[in-house]
Design a protein around this ligand. Structure first.
Ligand SMILES: Nc1ncnc2c1ncn2[C@@H]1O[C@H](COP(=O)(O)OP(=O)(O)OP(=O)(O)O)[C@@H](O)[C@H]1O
Ligand SMILES: [Mg+2]
Length: 244
């Protein structure tokens, strides 16, 4: 078994009156695509933010390549990750500028930035939109820009929080195909939250079902879908049976 890339240990995240995430131990392995499913409010985005080190947990430890992430190291580790959310949160500038911004902030040379922006626009088939204002894009176009903006950072881990949920079916299918090809070619570890079983089935090798802030089942995607435990079955069982 490969060494895990990220390990969560004894994580507890609470609001004033209740627990929103409670994870004794959970591992993310290098090169895998992990799916996360669960009902609304289950804690999926909280789990993603914790793994991506956007929020440091009040209680518990995150390990990255076997080393405990501390206040001191968190920025350095977070720089290896990229996150794409359902809302693409593009800035009021051109597509080209939006994709370039991450590398600009890292003080890369103009030549390198332009080369990489061209490359990632090509990969995501948005070269023709380079000079367009990002706020005028359609949802599908904006999500392509969003993904190019994430991938240009050459992240070790790409975190996707329902990035395709607002897209029409053909747009979603094409984008899923493209991003799957990109992450496999670049060997990028991916965490993918989705409410859509078919997306999870297509995109991931392993999946976790989270309910009430707890991981109720984790295993290979094929196994969880064909043999859901009682918790998972209550959430995906019927749909899963219809599909398999
Ligand atoms: N900063 C916060 N302060 C208080 N409560 C929060 C905070 N963030 C999340 N929560 C609560 O924690 C629970 C889990 O939220 P989370 O966003 O992780 O759910 P989710 O599984 O991503 O849901 P969805 O499918 O709707 O996106 C919810 O009940 C939410 O209201
Ligand atoms: Mg969420």
């Amino acid at each position: 078994m490969k060494e895990p890339l990220i390990v969560l240990e004894n994580i507890n995240i609470r609001t004033r009156d209740r627990s929103i995430l409670s994870i004794p131990r959970f591992e993310l392995f290098p090169g895998e695509a992990l799916g996360v499913m669960g009902p609304n409010g289950a804690g999926k985005s909280t789990l993603l933010k914790t793994m991506a080190l956007l929020d440091l947990p009040g209680e518990g430890t995150v390990f990255y390549r076997g080393k405990k992430v501390t206040d001191h190291s968190v920025l350095d580790v977070r720089r290896r990750f990229a996150v794409a959310l359902q809302q693409s949160l593009l800035l009021d500038m051109t597509v080209h500028q939006n994709i370039a911004i991450g590398l600009k902030l890292r003080h890369r040379s103009r030549r390198e930035i332009n080369m990489k922006v061209e490359h990632w626009m090509e990969v995501f088939k948005i070269s023709h939109l380079a000079r367009k204002q990002a706020l005028h894009l359609s949802g599908g176009e904006a999500q392509r820009v969003n993904l190019a903006r994430a991938m240009i950072l050459e992240p070790e881990v790409l975190f996707l929080d329902e990035p395709f949920s607002a897209l029409d079916f053909p747009t979603k299918v094409q984008l899923l195909k493209d991003i799957k090809q990109v992450v496999s070619k670049t060997n990028t570890t991916t965490v993918f939250i989705s409410h859509d079983l078919t997306e999870i089935k297509y995109f991931t090798q392993r999946m976790a079902i989270i309910m009430g802030g707890e991981i109720k089942q984790a295993g290979s995607t094929a196994e969880v879908l064909s043999e859901p435990n009682a918790y998972a079955a209550s959430f995906i069982g019927e749909w899963s049976r219809l599909l398999t």
